[in-house]
Structure formats: C-alpha cells, structure tokens
Write a protein that binds this ligand. Structure first.
Ligand SMILES: Cc1cc2nc3c(=O)[nH]c(=O)nc-3n(C[C@H](O)[C@H](O)[C@H](O)COP(=O)(O)OP(=O)(O)OC[C@H]3O[C@@H](n4cnc5c(N)ncnc54)[C@H](O)[C@@H]3O)c2cc1C
Length: 379
C-alpha cells in the first residue's frame, strides 16, 4: 500500500480546496451569524460534483470512493464544520443508503436530485430515549391498507428542517437488531413535523431538530432495503459516515495548526515572536504529529473500506476515534496559543474549538468506537 495520495486523489484534493476557498469561505461568517446553512451553496456543490462522489454515474454521480469523501470532508471542515456536516449528511450519510439498497425506482427518484443539490436528505435514527443503542429504536411502523403508518419521535436530526427526504428507522418486528426497518419519508408527508432548530455549542450553521412522526402514512414501496434488516443497513452505512467524520476532524485540526503557526510567528511576547520560545515550537510540533497521525489512519481506513479489506471496520473505528480525539486536543492547543484572542467568539479558532467537540459524540461516540475495537479481545 502506498502512504501517499495518488495523482487522482491529489488533484481532487486541490479541486476541493479551491472550491472551498472560492465558494464556501465567503459564506462562513454570515451563515454562522444567521445560524443557518447558506442555501445558495447547494447548487454549486452539486455542479462541482461534490454531492455525488459515491453515487453511480448513471444516477448523476461520480462513481468515486470513500477516500475522496474523506478528502472533501477535510477541506470543507477547514472552512466550517456546520457547512461541512450539512452537505456530508445529505450526500454521504443519507444518500448512500439509497445507493446500496434502493430499488431502481427509488434510485431514479432520489439519487439525481441529491447529487445535483436540488434535494436534501436526512438520516433519522436517534430518538429521545436511544442513541448509541441503535437496536433500541422505538418509533413504530405498522402495516396499513395504503402501506405503512409510522409513529414516534426522532432527536438531534441534522438537516431535519431542510430535508426533502428523511430516511427513518422504525420498528417493524421483534425488539432488538432484527426488528428495525428503514423507510423513505418525504419532508412534506402529512403527520411529519419538526421542532425548532436546537441551539448548539457548535455547528451553528447546521440545522438540528427533533422530528415527530404522528400517523405518517407511506406507501409499501417506501421500505428502503429489506424489512427488519435496517439495523444492519445502518451499521454498514456507518462506515462511510465515520470516514466523513474522521475527515472532518483532520480538517479542523489542519486549519487550527495553520492558524496557530501564523499567529505564533507574528505575535510578540517578551520582545520576540512566540516562535522564539522552545515550548511553543514543541507545542506546534506535537500538534503536527497528532494531525499527521490522524490523517494517516483516516486515509488508511478509507482506502481499506474502498478495497473491502477484512479489517476495514476496525480501521474505520480507529480512525473515527483517533481523529476526533486528536482534533479536540489540537483545537484546544490552538485556543491556548492564541491566548485571549482565542477565546473571543468571533475568533476562527474559537469556532473550530466549538465545532470539534461533537466529533467525539456524533456517528458513534468515542466509547462506541472503543467497544468495536475491543470485540474479540475478551474471548
Ligand atoms: C449536533 C448533533 C447532530 C446529530 N445528527 C444526527 C442525525 O443526523 N441523525 C441521527 O440519527 N442522530 C444524530 N445525532 C445523534 C448522535 O448520533 C447521538 O447523540 C450519539 O450517537 C450518542 O447517542 P446519545 O446522545 O443518545 O448518547 P447515549 O447513547 O445515551 O450515550 C451517553 C453516554 O454513554 C456512553 N455509552 C453508551 N453506550 C455505551 C457502551 N455500550 N459502552 C460504553 N459507553 C457507552 C456514550 O459513549 C456516551 O458517553 C446527532 C447529535 C448531535 C448532538
């Protein structure tokens, strides 16, 4: 295995970086202040091919791979975690369920508009009473003459207020893993409502809400994948989701290291730039070591996932954990290095610091990644 990106991925990385500089960075501060995703960004993201990386070309995508998703996540997060997660949830946490398990009709209906940015998707699994324990879903779906009727509540759902399509996990069978099914629910469905946007520590430009399903009727062909196999479909989709989140961690960390180096070169204390202090230089070196370690395990995990490597899911869990933890240490170091200038609300390092924390929670907490890595150790 090569430890360097190949030419295609390097070129793609450069494309992402220039897209982000040109189209995303100017929108970051206004959308943070407004607390909303900049809607005008969907079409350019789609036109640049950044929403269909893992969608088949026949449905408007690029037939790309998970490593490209990691690179995109990294570049978007260098600019903004809130903007990054909004796009990534729709394109790489929700849409791949349809890529992998959709019927021809479902794929035809949803994949082209999701890849072009004309439609937005959510994945609604977490509930007020269950998050890490995905098999504990209590939202119900019962058969009716028209198809299925869904009832329940979902919590902390990204893009809920923007979504044309929600992929909803509901119980159709026995308690536990074998009784969960995924459904395609249109955002306009009667009986579906969303709460107000939740005020969050970070990701201010992303939309996160409670979703209430009150006798929501969907047709029989709204089942996504196999009945009672939803838990396993979610676990499968978590692999790419965690690659995207690990990529986000690398992006926040890379941006903060760069900001910290620039600041240390120009900020003077005791008559000289901060970089003249060995403790500061060592701090920057340690930040770089952690960043490069996180980047390496993330790229390795993405490459293994793409190759169908037998250790892929362990690599993905390791990358999700290492990247989230390293990122949180690096953004904290950056705030420390900035001193008071790092604590004021409008400082970019303060924003990265706030945005980084969720990476240790969303898409499977640190503890869940460790649980995956400890499987088989006790026996
Ligand atoms: C901003 C935001 C956006 C989100 N977006 C979405 C979304 O789009 N769709 C969606 O479905 N969900 C979403 N979530 C939910 C997110 O995935 C969950 O918050 C996360 O999976 C943790 O679940 P929980 O909050 O219920 O915590 P719990 O599962 O209640 O966990 C609480 C604590 O217990 C620990 N714990 C739990 N089980 C174990 C165990 N077996 N071993 C050791 N420790 C354990 C956890 O690690 C954690 O520290 C989002 C959350 C946030 C905050």
């Amino acid at each position: 295995m090569s430890w360097e990106l190949d030419d295609d991925h390097r070129e793609f990385q450069a494309t992402c970086r220039s897209f982000v500089d040109r189209e995303v960075r100017p929108l970051v501060e206004p959308s943070e202040a407004a607390g909303t995703f900049p809607a005008e960004l969907w079409k350019p993201l789609g036109a640049a091919g950044l929403l269909g990386l893992v969608t088949p070309a026949a449905h408007g995508g690029a037939d790309g791979d998970g490593l490209a998703v990691a690179l995109l996540a990294e570049e978007l997060s260098r600019a903004s975690g809130g903007i990054a997660v909004t796009a990534l949830v729709s394109a790489y946490m929700a849409a791949p369920h349809i890529v992998r398990h959709g019927t021809a009709a479902q794929q035809e209906r949803w994949l082209p508009p999701l890849a072009s940015g004309e439609a937005v998707a959510s994945i609604a699994v977490t509930e007020p009473g269950t998050g890490s324990d995905v098999a504990g879903v209590t939202t119900t779906a019962r058969r009716s003459d028209e198809g299925w009727v869904l009832n329940g509540r979902k919590m902390y759902i990204t893009n809920a207020g923007l979504a044309d399509l929600l992929i909803v996990a509901a119980r159709t069978g026995d308690p536990g893993r074998g009784g969960v099914t995924l459904f395609l629910v249109e955002g306009t469905a009667a009986g579906l409502s969303t709460g107000r946007p939740l005020a969050k520590m970070g990701w201010h430009s992303s939309d996160t809400r409670e979703v209430v399903l009150d006798d929501v009727t969907v047709a029989a062909d709204a089942v996504l994948g196999q009945e009672n196999r939803g838990f396993y479909q979610i676990m499968e989709a978590f692999q790419l989701e965690r690659i995207a989140l690990a990529g986000m961690g690398v992006g926040h960390a890379a941006e903060c290291l760069e900001l910290a180096m620039d600041y240390a070169r120009q900020r003077e204390a005791f008559g000289a730039p901060l970089t003249h202090l060995q403790t500061i230089r060592h701090k920057l070196a340690l930040m770089e070591i952690e960043l490069e370690s996180a980047r390496l395990v993330t790229y390795q995990a993405a490459a293994r996932l793409d190759a169908g490597h037998p250790e892929a899911s362990r690599s993905v869990a390791r990358a999700k954990y290492v990247s989230a933890v390293a990122c949180n240490r690096i953004v904290d170091d950056a705030v420390q290095l900035f001193g008071g200038a790092g604590f004021v609300e409008e400082s970019p390092v303060a924003r990265h610091y706030r945005d980084a924390r969720i990476l240790r929670i969303g898409g499977g907490t640190d503890e869940i990644q460790l649980e995956i890595l400890t499987r088989g150790m006790a026996s």
